[in-house]
Design a protein around this ligand. Sequence first.
Ligand code: 8YV
Length: 327
Amino acid sequence: ERKKPLIVVTRKLPDVIETRMMELFTTRLNPDDVPLGRDGLIQAVQAADVLVPTVTDRIDQAVINAAGPQLKLIANFGNGVDHIDLKAAKEKGIVVTNTPGVLTEDTADMCMALILAVARRITEGERLVRSGRWTGWSPTLMLGSRLSGKRLGIIGMGRIGQALARRAKGFGLSIHYHNRKQVHPEIEAELEATYWDSLDQMLARMDIISINCPRTPATYHLLNARRLQLLKPSAVIVNTSRGEVIDEATMARMLQRKEIAGAGLDVFEQEPAVDPKLLKLDNVVLLPHMGSATLESRIDMGEKVIVNVKTFVDGHTPPDRVIEMMF
Ligand code: 8YV
């Protein structure tokens, strides 16, 4: 009789998902939710037939090389797979899957929340009230900037970018975007979105920039020093994608010098470390990578993982196979 495949899950997942996985497969969970670390990860890939990692597991070439021949599937819990060396996995015949589609709306909500929070100084105002230093209403207290009538430039017009555009339209923002290719004319018409083939030209004209592209070799430091300097000093940046898409140190310096007006950041280059300059600034809103952090998204993501694992274990091609990340 063939041995049942071992599924190793690297982090604590919602209870319903863990219970279901235990019913369906021989599953090794991580109830303490302490990240496995490099050694733990290497042990995991030596034992597992299927690994279920998250964004906090750096699965680089060395980890892939350390994997035993039984490891055939990496079913990522999450959309972005930039923490996985896809090339090394492919060379070893390991299939990689992700969880697209189910976190779109929640992540777009978070983009919108960050845009509002920065423009209307929501967290700054909250800090003032909690500090006990609020002395009462004044005509000039905490003046932010109006959203309606402003221009939003979306970098990466995939599912999340489009979901953000729908929301932003409702707030009276005009929608602009840069993408590797123009989206379908019907979608463009629905969103009343203007396509910019030139990212540089778009950057120079926007009031708000939102990063909604994956982190790929092509998008590493896409907003580098040169491009950040193209922004208007009144511009605001929002990032719910990956920290590495922006040169964080340069952005922090420019925010400090008011060369960029503000930023709403859910992701950072060296999570959980944040550029210390950012921590001191009132014109930035900082969140701990919680774009898709709703119970509903987490359960849907877990269900996607289960379908991918089950389909693969049953001998078929899993629905969410990732060949490469595109931008
Ligand atoms: C997750 C994310 O929280 O899906 C992604 O790419 O960044 C988030 O939804 C995290 O990656 C889970 O691994």
